[in-house]
Design a protein around this ligand. Structure first.
Ligand code: DSN
Length: 421
C-alpha cells in the first residue's frame, strides 16, 4: 500500500478516499475486463515532474523551451510502441481511447463521410458511432453485426454488402464486448474493394497483441490501430494511435491530435506509457498475455458446464459476456450481488438485448487484472464457480458471507504486485 504522506498531512478528505480505494482493490477481485493494475514504476512516472511541463508540439518541434527531457521520454514511448506493434509511426499524445478515435476521424474524414463499424449491442463501442456521441453528429456511421451471436462469427456478407452500398471511407474493426478473434484479412479484402482505410480499435486487446497471444491487425494489412494504454497493455490511463507505414497518414493524424483537438500533451502520462511499454517488451509480458487467455478459457469451461449461455459461444480473448436469462437474474442485479461478495464486474447488453441498457440481460467480465495478481486456471475456475453459486443463491446471506470469505482468502493469497518485471 502506498504511503501518501503529503496528502495525509494536508488533505484528510482525499486521503480517506485514496485509502478506501486502496482497500477496495486489495480486498476484492477486479473482473471488469478493461481494468488492470499498473506497476509502481508506472505510478512513479505518472506522478512525476513531467506533470509540470507544457510541451505543445512533437519531439524536436515544440512551441516552448525546456524540452530536452520531454523530447527524450516521448521518443522512448514512440520507439517502444512501434517495436511492440511492428509499425513505423506512433502518436502517444492521445489522451485516451475516445480522443484517439476522434482524432482518426478528424484526420481522415470530411463531415458527412461514412464509417462502417460494429454495432454496439453486438460488441462494438460507443465511439464507433453511437447516436449519443458527438462524432455521430458529424459523420455518417453505418454498422455490421454478428451473423450468429452464439458463434460470434461476423456477418461478412452483410459487411461487404453495406460497404459496397455506403462506400465508407473507414472500415473499423474492434470492440469492447466481443469475445472472439477477428479475421482481420477479411476486413482488409473488403476495404480494398471499396477503397476504405482500415482502422482497428484494439483498446481491449492491445496487451494481448503486444504479448503475441492474439493476432496483430497490422500483419493482415490494417492501416491504423487505435488503443487505450491502460487495459490489457497495463499502462497509465491514456490513448495511442499507431500507423503501419503511411507517412502522410501519420502527419494528418499528428495534426488532428495537436493542434486539431488537444493542447499540451500530458507528459507525465507519456512517461508512464514509456515505462509500461518497456514492461510489455519483456518476455514476462508474453507469459502474462498467454495466461490471460488460458484463465478466460478456464472461466468459460465452468460457465458452459453450468449451462450459462455465453455470447459468441465462448471466448478467444480475455473477456466473457454471459447471458443470465437462464439464471433468472438481470445483469444489474448480478453486478450488485457480486459487488457484495467482492467481485467487481459490469452489467452489459447482449446482442439485440430485449432488456434496456440500464438493466440488461448480461454481465461482462474478464481476466486481465486477476492474472496480474497471479491467478492461474485453477483459481479462475474457482472464481467462476463462486460467481455462479452467488447468482443462483442471491438471497441467501450465509452463502454470500461464505463466498466473501473465500474471495478475501484469494486476495490475501494473491496480493496486487508492485512490480511487473
Ligand atoms: N469503458 C471501457 C470498457 O469498459 O470497455 C471502454 O470504453
Amino acid at each position: 500500500m502506498q504511503e501518501y504522506k503529503y496528502i495525509k498531512d494536508q488533505d484528510q478528505d482525499v486521503y480517506d478516499a485514496l485509502i478506501g480505494e486502496e482497500n477496495r482493490e486489495a480486498t476484492g477481485l477486479e473482473l471488469i475486463p478493461s481494468e488492470n493494475y499498473v506497476s509502481r514504476a508506472v505510478f512513479e512516472a505518472n506522478g512525476s515532474v513531467f506533470q509540470n511541463k507544457y510541451s505543445e508540439g512533437y519531439p524536436g518541434k515544440r512551441y516552448y523551451g525546456g524540452q530536452d527531457f520531454t523530447d527524450a521520454v516521448e521518443r522512448i514511448a514512440q520507439d517502444r510502441a512501434c517495436e511492440l506493434f511492428g509499425c513505423k509511426f506512433a502518436n502517444v499524445q492521445s489522451l485516451s481511447g475516445a480522443p484517439a478515435n476522434l482524432a482518426v476521424y478528424s484526420a481522415l474524414l470530411k463531415p458527412g463521410d461514412t464509417v462502417l463499424g460494429m454495432d454496439l449491442s453486438h460488441g462494438g463501442h460507443l465511439t464507433h458511432g453511437h447516436p449519443a456521441t458527438h462524432p455521430a453528429k458529424i459523420y455518417n456511421f453505418v454498422t455490421y453485426k454478428m451473423k450468429d451471436p452464439d458463434t460470434g462469427e461476423i456477418d461478412f456478407d452483410e459487411l461487404r454488402e453495406v460497404a459496397l452500398k455506403e462506400k465508407p471511407k473507414i472500415i473499423l474493426a474492434g470492440f469492447s464486448a466481443y469475445s472472439r478473434e477477428l479475421p482481420y484479412e477479411k476486413f482488409v479484402e473488403i476495404a480494398k474493394e471499396v477503397g476504405a482505410i482500415t482502422v482497428a480499435d484494439m483498446a481491449h486487446i492491445a496487451g494481448l497483441i503486444a504479448g503475441k497471444a492474439l493476432a496483430n491487425p497490422f500483419d493482415a494489412g490494417f492501416d491504423i490501430i487505435t488503443t487505450t494504454t491502460h487495459k490489457t497493455l497495463r499502462g497509465p490511463r491514456g490513448g495511442m494511435i499507431l500507423v503501419r507505414d503511411d507517412a502522410d497518414m501519420y502527419k494528418k493524424i499528428n495534426s488532428a491530435v495537436f493542434p486539431g483537438l488537444q493542447g499540451g500533451p500530458h507528459m507525465h502520462q507519456i512517461a508512464g506509457k514509456a515505462v509500461a511499454f518497456g514492461e510489455a517488451l519483456s518476455p514476462k509480458f508474453e507469459v502474462y498475455a498467454k495466461q490471460v487467455l488460458l484463465n478466460a478459457k478456464a472461466m468459460e469451461a465452468v460457465f458452459l458446464r453450468e449451462g450459462v449461455r455465453l455470447m459468441g459461444g465462448g471466448t478467444d480473448n480475455h473477456l466473457l459476456l454471459a447471458d443470465l436469462t437462464a439464471l433468472d437474474i438481470s445483469g444489474k442485479d448480478a453486478q450488485n450481488v457480486l459487488d457484495e461478495v467482492g467481485i467487481t464486474l459490469n452489467k452489459n447488453s447482449i446482442a439485440d438485448d430485449p432488456r434496456g441498457p440500464m438493466d440488461p440481460s448480461g454481465i461482462r467480465f474478464g481476466t486481465p487484472a486477476i492474472t496480474t495478481r497471479g491467478f492461474g486456471e485453477e483459481e479462475c475456475a474457482k472464481v467462476a464457480e463462486l460467481m455462479i453459486e452467488v447468482l443462483r443463491d442471491k438471497d441467501n446471506q450465509e452463502t454470500k458471507d461464505r463466498v466473501r470469505e473465500e474471495i478475501l482468502g484469494l486476495c490475501n493469497q494473491f496480493p496486487i504486485p508492485d512490480s511487473h518485471v
